[in-house]
Design a protein around this ligand. Structure first.
Ligand code: HEM
Length: 168
């Protein structure tokens, strides 16, 4: 295959898409499988180590990973010539591929929205970037945590669709 050809750029976009996806979902699963269940077991005086140092850094890679994933994912669909068809979930196009990737793309887009418009604004209160009362911080942490759990559950069918394109 020729270097810098269309096919090479297509491959490059797929590679960047998956790299960003791992950065995003890797952190999502770290939050839900490791951090959230473990923090309550950490002695109170050590907890700021997580909330003040690890969490802000992890949230940076998490949210920008999500941004890169959706950006390169949409470029991929456009370069493959099925962006419109996938967005209408392949309806009317008799394409199981476009239906499958379309469902995956919508699930991923809902998850991206949750990251940028629910989890991150609430976490900003939790890590002290936005002023909030202790009660507000409690509500914010709970909202962010529940939304994060929803995203973890959505990530399973989303990845089923992303990889299912080679089957359906
Ligand atoms: C946020 C919205 C997302 C959009 C719009 C999107 C879009 C796409 C598109 C268009 C493809 C190409 C399918 C094809 O080759 O025909 C794809 C493949 C793929 N995506 Fe996503 N995606 C998203 C989220 C994710 C996430 C979070 C991951 C996590 C790692 C991911 C992992 C993959 C994988 C592994 C493939 C398969 C590559 C292959 O087998 O060739 N995607 N995605």
């Amino acid at each position: 295959m020729e270097l810098m050809s269309f096919d090479w750029w297509l491959f490059c976009m797929r590679w960047l898409h998956v790299i960003c996806g791992v950065m995003w979902i890797g952190h999502l699963w770290y939050f839900n499988f490791t951090q959230t269940p473990t923090v309550p077991k950490i002695p109170a005086e050590l907890r700021p180590g997580v909330t003040k140092f690890i969490l802000p850094e992890a949230l940076f890679w998490f949210r920008w990973g999500a941004m890169g994933t959706i950006l390169f994912g949409l470029i991929l669909a456009y370069m493959n010539g099925y962006l419109g068809s996938a967005l209408k979930i392949g309806i009317g196009d008799h394409s199981t591929h476009n239906t499958t990737i379309g469902i995956g793309m919508w699930l991923g887009t809902i998850m991206w929205f949750n990251v940028w418009f629910i989890i991150w604004p609430n976490q900003k209160k939790n890590i002290g970037l936005v002023q909030a009362t202790p009660d507000e911080i409690k509500v914010a942490a709970r909202t962010a945590g529940l939304t994060s759990r929803v995203n973890t559950m959505l990530s399973i069918p989303m990845l089923y669709c992303m990889t299912g394109i080679h089957f359906y």
